[in-house]
Ligand binder design. Sequence first.
Ligand SMILES: [Zn+2]
Length: 206
Amino acid sequence: MPRRAPAPPEAATAPRGPVDTARVRDLVRELLIALGEDPDREGLVRTPQRVAEALAFLTSGTRTDLARLINNAIFTQQTNSMVIVKNIEVYSLCEHHMLPFFGRCHIGYIPTGKVFGVSKLARLADMYARRLQLQERLTEQISEAVMETVGATGVGVMIEARHLCMMMRGVEKQNSVMVTSSVLGTFRESQATREEFLALIGERAL
Ligand SMILES: [Zn+2]
């Protein structure tokens, strides 16, 4: 079975304040010096500013409000059939090393009269991916957000991802893919529903 872990308390999703970009820039300059680099050499002069801007973007999900993101993209539709969106690309940063992990996310849910606009599920996955994350927590946060936002009777989320902190540092770990899943409601209670979800997401793309 894929791994799953409960979301720890720090997974609270209330939007945070703005990034102190100037401070991050100064700290990256200090970091370069501590690494033995010359931050004034040509290639590095603008690096602290670039890194600060990149990190602000890559953590922007902590400053995004879920309700505002979803906005008007929930539609009334009388269906009790499973809705599947698969192969949503996700790019995130592992909170242990601040290095990327990336892969694909598959989402299934059973609606009770409300469905998402398709692109919103991808935006929702981005919002939770753009923060310092654990893959297990990312998977759970997406499933819980889908469950609550459309009042689904059940949700299944699976993420398959590669972690650069393993691939760049280890040996012979370049091909390992970590798989996590989170199932809620009818997906947790019914084996037939879980099997339908797994059949519909089909062959892994990684
Ligand atoms: Zn890591």
